[in-house]
Design a protein around this ligand. Structure first.
Ligand code: UDX
Length: 434
């Protein structure tokens, strides 16, 4: 098989498919990325990925290339290129999808299957299907639901596999091909859902919209809890016991970021508007607005905690990645908070176990410390913006208290034991907690 586009999605997919016995060629236009992957080096932080890369390469089942012609000979091609937000608009930019398909078409052979994995606006697959069919091949849509930090796990043991196909023999045959590709997961009982193309594309958008809504819902409750003197964490525990609601993904704090949820809900709403159904997902604008308000709130909490005098004050920012177990800083709420505090004149020192290199390249104006304790030293306030175990579990309030100048902590992820920090003499502020 070939995997076209070796970013988060493609690199992990290629390595995971090789690990279950397939013969895989990963293709990416970025020479440095392809070369690193061919050397068994992951261009980003992802648990278990390098292990799988090295095993696959050593076994001769995994190669990387920059030449689309190397896709020839593969019978299944996965399309895993990025679909970023268009500059200055909310819609998805399909430039890479179109370019990849265009470049692949001359190399497709009769009966090949092209499986789209990229997150695309509904209708994209139908638009591409005829062109792929003209080459004698068949397009299916096979959305991906992996989470960064769990990407290998989610790819090898997904909670469902969705394949959208056209009606008729070619579509049915292509679905069978994908069922074979995912044989270990299918045999293990993973639900395998066959849909039409449009439904498969929508499943991905709908899943991300629901997840984003769940986070913004609890963050909206945090706003109310704060005004009412209630505690959103206890509230989440209590409503989460209702299995219809569920406790997962009800983590309150500074909200969601990353390379998927923010851009995907915007693209989803933009596509709904194009379809004349903008009002059906009007709430997604609110979901986005609630989410962005949380960052303002975290900054305000720091300002208030410093008595309104921010200029020149030292603030230790614990976290830069958009979530733990990742070095990804795309649309990171953590870094956004750091940048805004710097903009108010604070002497910001950011630390993170994995994302310092990415963060300092993107925001050289911020101060950085690789060592957590160096970041804490002499701080007038501490703000936790990514809930790494290094801060959540392994940082004792006594230890931190001995390093800082002011025992003021703003818990932007509602992840600390407020009682323990207060008992150690800290002024603790959560986001809608008591
Ligand atoms: C997400 C989806 O989970 C995945 O299914 C989809 O394919 C891609 O987008 P990912 O971006 O890797 O995956 O991260 P995820 O773990 O979902 O977290 C997204 C953001 O939401 C992070 O910034 C995280 O900190 C935040 N989050 C998550 C919360 O604020 N509260 C929560 O309870 C969970």
């Amino acid at each position: 098989m070939s995997v076209i586009g070796c970013g988060y999605l493609g690199a992990v997919h290629a390595a995971a498919m090789a690990s279950i016995g397939h013969d895989v060629i990963g293709i990416d236009v970025d020479e440095r990325k392809a070369a690193a992957l061919a050397d068994g080096i992951a261009p980003f932080f992802e648990p278990r990925l390098e292990e799988l890369l090295r095993e696959g390469i050593a076994a001769g089942r995994l190669r990387f290339s920059t030449r689309m012609a190397d896709a020839e000979g593969a019978t299944v091609h996965f399309l895993a290129v990025g679909t970023p937000q268009q500059p200055g608009a909310h819609a998805a930019d399909l430039r890479f999808v179109d370019a990849a398909v265009e470049a692949l078409l001359p190399h497709l052979r009769a009966d090949d299957v092209l499986a789209g994995k990229s997150t695309v606006p509904v209708g994209t697959a139908a638009r591409l299907a005829d062109r792929v069919a003209a080459a004698g091949a068949t397009l299916v849509w096979n959305p991906e639901f992996l989470r960064e930090g769990w990407a290998v796990h989610d790819t090898l043991t997904p909670d469902r596999i969705v394949v959208g196909a056209t009606e008729g023999d070619a579509g049915a045959r292509a679905v069978d091909v994908l069922r074979d590709v995912y044989r270990p997961a299918v045999d293990a009982g993973t639900p395998f859902l066959v849909t039409d193309l449009a439904t498969a594309e929508l499943v991905k958008g709908a899943a991300n919209a629901f997840l984003a809504t769940k986070i913004s819902f609890i963050n909206a409750m945090a706003e109310i809890a704060e005004a009412a003197g209630a505690d959103v964490r206890l509230l989440a525990d209590a409503i989460g016991h209702d299995t219809r609601i569920g406790r997962r993904y009800l983590g309150s704090g500074i909200g969601f970021g990353g390379g998927c949820l923010p851009k995907d809900i915007r693209a989803f709403a933009a596509r709904a508007e194009e379809l004349g159904r903008g009002e059906a997902v009007g709430f997604l604008h609110e979901v986005d607005a609630i989410n962005l308000r949380r960052r303002d709130r975290a900054v305000q909490l720091v300002v208030d905690a410093l008595g309104g005098r921010v200029f020149g004050r030292r603030v230790a920012v614990l976290g830069a990645a958009f979530k733990p177990f990742s070095d990804d800083i795309r649309d990171s709420p953590a870094l956004d908070v750091a940048v805004r505090l710097r903009g108010l004149g604070a002497d910001v020192v950011v630390t993170d176990p994995a994302a310092i290199d990415n963060a300092s390249a993107a925001h050289p104006q911020l101060g950085y410390a690789r060592d957590r304790d160096d970041a804490l030293r002499d701080a007038d306030a501490v703000v936790i913006v990514t809930e790494w175990d290094e801060y959540r579990r392994h940082l004792s309030p006594e230890h931190a208290g001995a390093l800082v100048r002011g025992r003021v902590v703003i818990d932007g992820r509602n992840c600390l034991d407020a009682g323990a920090w207060r008992a150690a003499g800290w002024t603790y502020h959560g986001m809608g907690t008591r």
